[in-house]
Design a protein around this ligand. Sequence first.
Ligand code: NAP
Length: 268
Amino acid sequence: MATSSSDKHNPISSPPLQDRVAIVTGASRGIGRAIALHLASLGAKLVINYTSNKVQADLVATEINSSFPGSTPQALTVQADVSDPSQVKSLFDIAEQFFNSQPYILVNSAGVSIAKITPVADTSLEDFDRILRVNTRGAFLCAKEASNRLKRGGGGRIILVSSSIVASLRPGNAAYAASKAAVDTMVKILAKELKGTGITANCVSPGPIATDMFFAGKTEEMVEKAIDECPLGRLGQSEDVAPFVGFLATDASEWVNGQVIRVNGGYI
Ligand code: NAP
């Protein structure tokens, strides 16, 4: 019996992201790492991006490749600073060349925050510039490159990791929240601009997630407060975010487009 096009990604016959190339920025650690591992479990071929932490990025690639023994590796690592246009371009170049295929999926999880809660009055211009440079300029450059280079005709996905802080508006995080609010706005316009390409664009906005970024500069009391503020009575884990990103990456999510989706256990 002939296979219809609707059967092509039938989860019963094949994994939903079978052979689709996914670039995940900031995948050496934290949320990006969990997303990369999850997309690989859905069949995607992974580009594990990092900026300085080669050892941890290599561990992620090794974990994926050891689960898919075969002649061609399922994952490779690429160092690139998302705030540098030539490095972002080269990230896509390497992905295409290595897998000999146009990428379908870009997940921008690379991000930085302030070392400790600081009001606007005490935030240095250096911190403000650094945060906007990576979080906003980086998301812009990755989204721009993805808009030009992801596969056309269906299945193309741009997923930008933002933050629930845009809505929770906690004092001491203005520069970080502003850097993510810009991304939320950008994605809504980007989705419309991508009309006719079959590429969707969305933001996923976690609440507090137990990663290096969350724990940096926090006292035990601050951690307890974050737990207390969550209706589910715990901190989020990277693995709480990854399956939702996995859904967005598949064909099943096509009708979700231009949205900012908070994945935060009811935190806000
Ligand atoms: P994390 O554990 O600190 O990891 C940050 C990741 O980003 C690392 O892989 C790091 O690479 C990479 N990175 C940093 N600067 C980069 C640059 N210029 N170019 C390329 N990669 C860069 O952070 P996380 O908690 O997983 O955060 C991931 C995303 O979720 C961020 O966008 C963050 O804003 C967002 N988020 C986090 C939380 C939370 O509570 N954790 C909540 C809401 C939203 P290296 O390992 O090489 O340094």
